[in-house]
Design a binder for this molecule. Sequence first.
Ligand code: SAM
Length: 335
Amino acid sequence: MNAQVSDRESLRFLAHAYYFSSALFALVRLGLADALADGRKSASELAAAAATDPDRTARLLRLLAAVGICVEDEAQRFSLTASGQYLRSDHAQSMSKEILMFCGGEAFAAWNNTVDAVKSGTPAFDLTFGKPLFAYLAEHPASAERFHKSWEEITTQAAREAAERYDFSATTLTDVGGGYGIFLGTLMQQRKGLRGVLFDLPFSVAGAAANFARLGVSERVSVITGDATEHVPAMEMCLMKSVIHVCDDERARRILTNCAAALPAVGKVLVCERVLPEANRFHWSRLVDMTMAIMTGGRERTLGEYEALFVRSGLRLSGCVELPCGFSLVEGTKA
Ligand SMILES: C[S@@+](CC[C@H](N)C(=O)[O-])C[C@H]1O[C@@H](n2cnc3c(N)ncnc32)[C@H](O)[C@@H]1O
């Protein structure tokens, strides 16, 4: 928004921002973004391709044209802008799965219970669906697949940047809560000598074998399932990306304590999360912090809070590397 917009109008824009989330979700979910992949199309052509209503399709696209996602030419044909290209499912840095996960479906329904969640302190997801997120996903394979596909998109970039900026000197890395294995697989693709162990809840590893095969690392990796709050396998070095932030402090302490106990004396834990800035400035971690309150009862943490959590788990904070994508690698060494 430009600098001339009044405070009241900026507030109005924020208040109605869910229109844009919903419109982006519809554009992706209905296949309209993919239908625009090969160039300009009229609303009627798009409606025919996606089996949608032509008038509503045009109005959806015009809403998104107003915020720079697509443009309409003089002949009323629409095309995606540079930003809009990321909505295509075939884009190398697609955000289509992230949008399908966070801008509609269960996540959107859970956010609708924010009032009760803030009042009660119970995650909005539990209030909405009657059980915690991971128990729900274990029973809903299509939702679990959508969840993990969105994480593949988010995690790929973090893994590439971590491979460039952190010295993974271990010979075997265990990715606890590694999901479909995209961090581990991407890292192992770049570090040819590295072996990997993927550990996660049983339903969460369903898509891992396909990813390891696609990344050409299947020979060097093994998969173990279990609940990290109860037990983790003995390991040389532990990675956890976007796992500690889904946990409240007590669950996080249990997982970190189990990992610390499973490491040798010189072992390290690498927690990859978005670290909350100490100052009150904007950082994406602020949004994710509230998303965790809504979805799982977890939280984002400052570096000081990670340090305190590590101490309670038998670890000491030994380093922190911020990656360009906004994630940090918070390193813990056995105390
Ligand atoms: C947000 S996802 C992150 C997946 C992956 N590490 C990534 O960053 O792409 C959180 C992961 O933590 C796993 N997880 C949650 N609680 C767990 C537990 N108690 N034991 C093992 N894994 C757990 C989930 O199954 C899920 O795969």
